[in-house]
Ligand binder design. Structure first.
Ligand code: ZN
Ligand code: ZN
Length: 148
């Protein structure tokens, strides 16, 4: 029997009563995102996004601390109102998924997938170099490489 279950747990950076989440099914896909919305809200050079089946994703602690910021009318970014950590986002175009900022998983946790492509490379910050990893690079959004 195919086992696509995982026990991926993560959360925000609060020392007291952190927001905690989990997902229990393998991500549909994982990608590196270089779009300015992801990078600006995270203060990072890129985002590593796990596209997780919505019905396997749960907030397990401190849901009342979660705040929302829409970087687009269709893109709802969820972060901790106390420490500011961006943990996941919901995109209206993908109603059956939550998009998890994979580095907010606890270190050492099995995310259930590996990045398979780069998206929004046209938005790459000039100080960032994409490693020669052989993965497909897409100037904007692109459909999944893994599942067709
Ligand atoms: Zn927090
Ligand atoms: Zn992005």
């Amino acid at each position: 029997m195919a086992d696509n279950t995982v026990n991926a747990v993560g959360g925000c950076r609060c020392e007291t009563n952190p927001v905690r989440y989990e997902y229990t099914q393998e991500p549909y896909e994982v990608h590196y995102c270089l779009c300015t919305d992801c990078t600006d809200v995270c203060g990072g050079a890129m985002a590593v996004i796990a596209v997780v089946p919505k019905d396997s994703f749960r907030i397990t602690q401190a849901a009342d601390k979660i705040r929302n910021f829409d970087t687009k009318p269709t893109c709802h970014r969820k972060f901790c109102g106390e420490c500011g950590c961006h943990m996941y986002l919901h995109v209206d175009a993908f109603p059956d998924f939550e998009l998890v900022h994979l580095p907010t998983l606890d270190r050492g946790v099995d995310a259930g997938g590996e990045p398979d492509r780069w998206v929004f490379t046209d938005s790459k910050h000039p100080m960032v170099a994409i490693p020669d990893d052989g993965l497909p690079r897409h100037p904007g959004w692109a459909g999944t490489a893994r599942h067709g």
